[in-house]
Design a protein. Structure first.
Length: 385
């Protein structure tokens, strides 16, 4: 008698969206856009994850304003034309059975930077000579991201109102483009997270000082987005659960934020960490191990009563299933492992005993691969995992 279906492969309904499984492709910036527009790269890049069986595919962060881009290569959603250009990506993901989601963001004091493979630092004269443009970043106060980085211009009340509305407009464009879920980027030192963390926010008005004040603007953005979107569209938020730096944002802060986000109508908290200072930009200042951020998701799930998504070195389907069975999260996001193996989700269904080899793969692939595997078996070989 067959055992219970693995949780990783069980559908999950949030508002009007049902994920076919709990496997998500984490949003990962590719820096391949041109003036905010996707290129053929994006359709191929994201399309392969849908062919690979992922239930939820996040398109990377898209800037809500031109100067909200992290780099010159970031996607944009500040213009209707961007949404039109992204619509084929959303349509393909849907047609292949995945739920298309998109993350919207403002780079804040980390904006106007190099693409990751160029150094992930400040723009250089060489970058500018190659056609990149630079601009003054924005932030809650004049604290730069790191020594030598541009000093951000502190936002005034009018700026904040404008940026809040650009988030709303970007979210509406995303839905019109066919994305079924909108994720607000409140992590990694970008604009909204920089308001949250005392490492970046030195304001003395109603948006600085106490935790309640520092949460005020991100929550205003979340409420405005939730109020503008149709009721069946889920709104997620990615947060940095901890700064990993003494005196920064911590887990008690994240519990309070997750509760407030839930009250604001946010449906799921996506639990990442770090990124608020250069030494923590990619968590290089800490020792990482498989599933190292999952305890953040579990605590928020238990104490804030929200859906959570776990991410961070979750490489095997066995670990993903263990985390779900332990109640650590509702969705498992896989990042770099998906880049290495875009068919990770199909391999997971096979590894967890849910389907036979190639049974759930796209039929044009399965037809060929079944013959390939049979040939290998007849010669005494075994298909590589």
């Amino acid at each position: 008698m067959a055992g219970p279906k693995p949780l990783l492969l069980t559908p999950l309904t949030i508002r009007g969206v049902t994920l076919p499984n709990r496997i998500a492709v984490s949003p990962m910036a590719m820096y391949r856009a041109q003036d905010g527009f996707p290129t053929p790269f994006h359709l191929v890049h994201y399309g392969k994850f849908a062919l690979g069986g992922a239930g939820l595919v996040y398109v990377e962060e898209a800037a809500v304003t031109r100067t909200g881009r992290i780099t010159n290569g970031c996607l944009g959603l500040w213009d209707d034309a961007h949404a039109e250009a992204l619509a084929p990506v959303a349509a393909f993901l849907s047609a292949e059975g995945s739920i298309p989601a998109i993350q919207i963001n403002h780079g804040g004091r980390k904006a106007s930077a190099q693409r990751a493979w160029e150094g992930n630092g400040c723009l250089t004269p060489e970058n500018l000579a190659n056609g990149d443009e630079s601009w003054q970043p924005l932030g809650p106060s004049e604290n730069p991201f790191s020594e030598g980085w541009p000093v951000p211009r502190p936002l005034n009340r009018d700026d904040m109102d404008t940026i809040r509305e650009t988030f709303v407009a970007a979210a509406l464009r995303a839905v019109r483009a066919g994305f079924r879920i909108v994720e607000i980027h409140m992590a990694h030192g970008y604009l909204l997270q920089s308001f949250l963390s005392p490492l970046a926010n030195a304001r003395s008005d109603a948006y600085g000082g106490s935790r309640e004040n520092r949460m005020r603007f991100p929550l205003e953005v979340a409420r405005a987005i939730r109020g503008a979107l149709p009721g069946d569209v889920p709104v997620f938020a990615r947060i940095s659960a901890v700064d990993w730096i003494d005196g920064g944002w911590d887990m008690d802060d994240s519990v309070a934020l997750a509760r407030a986000l839930g009250e604001a109508g946010v449906d799921l908290v996506d639990c990442s960490s770090g990124g608020n200072l250069l030494k923590g930009a990619t968590n290089t200042n800490l020792s990482r191990s498989p599933g190292y951020q999952a305890p953040f998701a579990r605590r928020l799930r238990e104490e804030a009563g929200v859906f959570t998504q776990a991410v961070g070195l979750i490489r095997t389907p066995q670990l993903a299933e263990e985390l779900l069975q332990a109640g650590s999260a509702d969705i498992i996001a896989v990042g770099r492992q998906m880049l290495y193996n875009p068919f990770w989700a199909h391999h997971a269904t096979e590894a967890l005993g849910e389907t036979g080899a190639f049974e759930a793969w796209p039929r044009p692939y399965a037809w060929w691969l079944e013959k390939w595997a049979a040939g290998l078996r007849s010669s005494g070989e075994a298909p590589a995992a």
